[in-house]
Design a protein around this ligand. Structure first.
Ligand SMILES: NC(=O)c1ccc[n+]([C@@H]2O[C@H](COP(=O)([O-])OP(=O)(O)OC[C@H]3O[C@@H](n4cnc5c(N)ncnc54)[C@H](O)[C@@H]3O)[C@@H](O)[C@H]2O)c1
Length: 354
């Protein structure tokens, strides 16, 4: 098996998780890292036994012996390294969310179309056992046409702080950071319908409280630094007539914002626990899927990177294509823009790259 020689751009928190997951495997060899922090780049190279490190990622991209890059910078720094890498002839695995703004996501998707390289967005849920099982149920036609869904990701006390709460580095807050997971779940299971309108609300009231009423275990409480939303809800209408309600937050005085579920003309489905609802022979049947495998720590990142390397090596399509993930940015931007207009329903547009 040909090893894919890879470089990492941005080696903060999540890059370390990728690099840990890439130990003891034969598919990928990480040969260089780049970070604007020399200290972080050097320490990362030493920690994982990587030969070379740079503070300017262009030096990494100039190397002919590097075939692919992982872009693990903060959201608003996904765009330029991704586009530069594609133009330099590298395949790219860029972290989720695809970008901190819709404009960036469009530019990245266009660059992927203009290159003959592969762009994949890091979306661990694409490899999650319950989501794959749910997708198989939907693809077998058991739900019929999905006409309504709700999708939810929430934390009760989980404002991540750091670069995540700053609009300049993150672009968007909770709705993109963790909301993108449940948005992916819904869009993947619904078959990536085209969104046409969004109405949304968003705020950061709880993160702005001067007292850390909602203790976040892994981040400092810095109300003055929060410039993104920590809560967002959207009502999304699709071209095919279906509707999706999307809810997410980093903080709340509640145990849950609800459940992710799908209503179809022939059956229904909910996640956690994965349950399939239908009627047969005059009976109402609820089938709970049992014994789905639980991944070991780090296994998701390993699976994701190996899927990327396999697609590069074998010339397969991107396992998480830019054209699909772009729709998550269209919806999230719609939520933010609608919220800024008092929650008014607004039209959203999916660009064409033909
Ligand atoms: N898949 C997951 O489970 C998961 C989890 C956490 C974060 N993430 C995503 O990963 C990304 C990074 O998150 P993080 O927690 O590692 O952030 P972080 O702030 O810890 O690290 C970002 C790194 O990028 C570097 N950087 C910024 N601009 C750069 C540039 N132009 N060139 C080189 N380096 C640059 C910074 O110096 C920093 O070291 C975010 O998009 C985040 O949403 C994904």
């Amino acid at each position: 098996m040909r090893k894919i020689r890879t470089g990492f751009i941005g080696v903060g928190g999540i890059a370390q998780a990728h690099l840990r997951a890439l130990q003891d495997q034969d598919a990928i060899e990480v040969v260089a890292v780049a970070d604007i922090s020399a200290e972080r780049a050097e320490q990362t190279a030493q920690r994982w036994g990587i030969a070379d490190w740079y503070t300017d990622y262009q030096e990494l991209l100039a190397r002919d012996d590097i075939e692919s890059v992982n872009v693990c910078t903060y959201n608003n720094a996904h765009r330029q390294p991704t586009i530069d890498a594609l133009r330099a002839g590298k395949n790219v695995l860029v972290e989720k969310p695809m970008a901190g703004t819709l404009e960036d996501a469009i530019a990245m998707t266009r660059a992927a179309h203009e290159s003959d390289k592969l762009l994949m967005v890091g979306m661990l849920h694409r490899f999650k056992a319950d989501i794959l099982m749910a997708k198989a149920i939907v693809d077998a036609g058991r739900l019929g046409d999905i006409y309504y869904a709700e999708t939810v990701t929430s934390r009760r006390k989980g404002n991540p702080g750091g670069t995540f709460i700053n609009k300049e580095t993150a672009g968007i807050g909770a709705t993109a950071d963790i909301g993108v997971y449940c948005l992916f779940d819904a869009m993947y299971l619904m078959g990536w319908p085209k969104p046409v309108t969004v109405s949304g609300i968003a705020n950061n009231t709880l993160s702005k409280l001067s007292e850390p009423l909602l203790y976040t275990p892994w981040a400092r409480w810095e109300p003055d630094k929060v410039t993104v939303e920590d809560f967002g809800v959207a009502w999304v209408r699709f071209e095919n007539g279906a509707v999706l309600v999307f809810k997410t937050c980093w903080l709340m005085h509640m145990d849950t914002l609800g459940q992710t579920f799908f209503l179809g003309t022939k059956g229904g489905l909910k996640l956690e626990p994965l349950t399939y609802f239908h009627q047969q022979d005059g009976l109402l049947i609820d089938s709970v899927v049992q014994e789905l495998p639980t991944p070991k720590p780090g296994e998701g990142f390993r699976t994701e990177n190996l899927a990327f390397a396999d697609a590069v090596r074998e010339g397969k399509p991107s396992p998480v294509p830019a054209d699909e993930m772009l729709l998550t940015n269209v919806i999230i931007q719609g939520l933010i823009d609608s919220a800024a207009q008092g929650g008014r329903e607004i039209d959203v547009h999916v660009p064409s790259f033909d």
